[in-house]
Design a protein around this ligand. Structure first.
Ligand code: NAI
Length: 342
């Protein structure tokens, strides 16, 4: 159930039909920031989903061409483009899932928190429009720093009187995707079988892969645990440095975000067996938001997984305690950003 594959239904529909997928459901998805490095490949992957009938692409620039290009793919969904704030409301009306990768990415030497000043305002403005136009939608926040932008979104939704904590998600799927890949490589496992839960948040040491809970069950030496944990935590920085100023992870992020969208659509469609890790409102620790495994259902988060945080190794226990102060500060920074505004 925790596999990184796309929906069984989608795979079935795909068999023998190439990319000319047969529609199996008719959900509407909007991407805000669709012209960007993540937005474009994410739009392509979502365009391939047989669960989607309409794909609305919004950006402040360059989105018309992306939509024209994608609209020629012979998959069921209709692609529409929306440019600039005056078209944002129409982009969001009737939408089931809104994905937000709008904002600036990191350059070498930057932390995710360095993006706060620009991205906080972008996320606030976009979520205000979501609250006004599709308050019932699942909201997937990709824009960094996720540890702060999710609390920002929650505060905006509260101010608008439409906050539903079960439907607001910080997208941490890429951390799970990386963990699965790196662990499979290190232990010579078949990738499709590997699933590593990643908890905490989405920045540096707040990213905590629970290697002891890897499925299938594997044993790691202390050295392997240390190496793998650090590599998973720094996966984003590995890409930022390799791109040397041209941005951060976009393709692997689009892949991960598409997986989370597909899981959300399957849950909306009544699949009772959908689990993902995400950064959500949580009571698993004393922090108001925390990433952990969640069961997804028609109404969003159906259940958290308290057993994720029991039976941890000493290394994981320590890392969990060590991440809490940083995560708490980032969450509070997001909340304060909205509350201090007139
Ligand atoms: P990019 O710069 O290539 O694209 C961002 C897009 O957002 C651009 O097309 C831009 O026009 C648009 N945009 C800017 N202001 C906007 C506004 N007010 N309304 C709508 N669109 C707006 O950046 P990229 O690489 O796509 O990254 C986007 C965000 O995703 C960054 O904040 C980055 O840090 C974050 N990210 C998150 C990850 C995660 O695991 N959650 C992983 C990788 C990146």
């Amino acid at each position: 159930a925790l596999r990184g594959s796309f929906a069984p239904k989608a795979q079935k529909a795909n068999q023998g039909s190439g990319y000319g997928l047969q529609p199996v459901a008719s959900y509407k998805v909007a991407i805000l920031g669709a012209g960007g490095g993540i937005g474009q490949p994410l739009a392509l992957l979502i365009k391939m989903s047989p669960l989607v009938s309409t794909l609305n692409l919004y950006d402040i620039a360059n989105v018309k061409g992306v939509a024209a290009d994608l609209s020629h793919c012979n998959t069921p969904s209709q692609v529409l483009d929306f440019t600039g704030p005056s078209e944002l409301g129409n982009c969001l009306k009737g939408v089931n899932v809104v994905v937000i990768p709008a904002g600036v990415p990191r350059k070498p030497g930057m932390t995710r928190d360095d993006l706060f000043n620009i991205n906080a305002n972008i996320v606030k403005t976009l979520v205000e429009a979501v609250a006004d136009n599709c308050p019932d939608a699942f909201i997937h926040i990709i824009s960094n720093p996720v540890n702060s932008t999710v609390p920002i979104a929650a505060e905006v939704l509260k101010q608008k009187g439409v906050y539903n904590p079960k439907k607001l998600f910080g997208v941490t799927t890429l951390d799970v995707v990386r963990a699965n890949t790196f662990v499979a490589q290190k232990k010579n496992l078949k990738l499709i079988d590997v699933d590593v839960p990643v908890v905490g948040g989405h920045a540096g040491i707040t990213i905590l892969p629970l290697l002891s809970k890897t499925k299938p069950s594997v044993t790691f030496t202390d050295e392997e645990v240390e190496q793998l944990t650090v590599r998973i935590q720094n996966g984003g920085t590995e890409v930022v440095e390799a791109k040397a100023g041209a941005g951060s992870a976009t393709l692997s992020m689009a892949y991960a975000a598409a997986r989370f969208v597909e899981s959300s659509l399957r849950a909306l469609d009544g699949d009772g067996d959908v689990y993902e890790c995400a950064f959500v409102q949580s009571n698993l620790t004393d922090l108001p938001f925390f990433a952990s495994r969640i069961k997804l259902g028609r109404n969003g988060v159906e259940a958290l997984s308290p057993s994720d945080l029991t039976g941890l190794t000493e290394y994981e226990e320590k890392a969990l305690e060590a991440l809490k102060p940083e995560l708490k500060t980032s969450i509070e920074k997001g909340i304060a950003f909205v509350q201090k505004q007139p």
